[in-house]
Design a protein around this ligand. Sequence first.
Ligand SMILES: [Zn+2]
Length: 348
Amino acid sequence: MNKKKRYHQVVKRILCPEVTHCLTCQSKLKRCVTISDRMIITLKQVIRLVHCGYRCPQEECPGRSILYRSMEADALALSGFTFGLDIVLEVGHLRLSEHKTVDEIHQHLSQQLVPLEQTISRREILFLFEAYTALLRAGTEVTCDEAWKEQVRKNKGILLSIDGIQPDHGNETIYLMRDVLTGRILHAENVTESTKERLKQILTPVVALKVPVVGVISDAQPTELQAVAGLWPGVPHQICQFHAIREAGRLIYNADARVRKDLRIRMQQKTHEFRQNIHKRLREAEEQKGEKEQEIQQLQILEEYAAMVEGAINTESKAPFQYGGLNMQEALIAIESSLEKLEKRGEQ
Ligand SMILES: [Zn+2]
C-alpha cells in the first residue's frame, strides 16, 4: 500500500517563462494558465511548484497559439515525478559511473533526505533509474512522436535550451537538450569533456530532427556558443540568467553550508549546556527571592542572550539566495556587539 507523503518544510515557488515577450510580434506575454501545481522533492528542498503558462495577448498575432513555459520549472522535475531531476541524475550517476548497488544508492539517498524529513523506497530508486535511462533514450522517442512534431509545426519550430548539469561529485556533465516551447526533452547525454567538437556531437540528434530552431538558450559557456553558431548560424542565442545564476549560486550555497555546519557543531553543545546552567541558577535564585533580586535580573538577561545565540546557530538556508551560514554569522556579530555595549555600561 502506498503511504501518502507528508510535507513539513515546503518552499512555495511560482515560476513563469524566462522568455517575456512574444517571439513573433514582441508583445509582452500575459499569464493564461497554470500548467501545474505540484510537490517536488529535490536534494535540497521540498518545493510546491506553481508553473505558470503565458501567451501572446494579441488576437491577430500568428504566434498566439504558442504556450510559453518556464524552463526552470521544467528543469526541476520530469513530468509526473515527485522526485526532482537532480535525484534522477544522482541515481544514474551513482549506478552507472560509481557502480553502486541499488541498496547502496537507497541508503545514500535516504541519508541525504533526512534533513528534509523525506523518505525514498528501494522501489522508487529502481523507478528513478528507469527514468534516467529513458532520459538517455529521449532522442529516439521524440523522432517517432507525430503529435509532438505537429505541435512543433504549429509553434513554427523549437526554442532549444542547452543545460549542462554537473552532479556534486565526479567530472562528468549531463547535457539536457530541451524544447522550451513544448517542455520536451530532445536528447540527453553524459560527457566528460565539453569541447566545441564534443558539444557539436551531442547536438547532432537535435539537428537530425530537421525542425527549425527559432532560438537557443543556454548558460553561454564559450564552447556552447561556438558549437551553436557552427550548427545554426544566425539563430538568436540568449544567455539564460537562470542557468548562469544557478551555476554561480551552487558554489556559494555549498561553501555557505559548510561554514554553517562548522559553526553549529562548535557552538551547539556549549550553548545548550550554558542555558541549562542558567536555568538551574535561576531556579535556585528564585527560591530565595528578596535577597537575590539583582542576580535574577542578570541571569534573565544572560538567558535572553543565550536563547538568541541558540536561535542564530539554528538559522536555515534556502537556495538559491538565503545563506544560513552568512545570516548566522551576522546574527552572532550583532549579539556580540550588543554584549560589548552592555559590558561597557556595567563598567561605568
Ligand atoms: Zn505575438
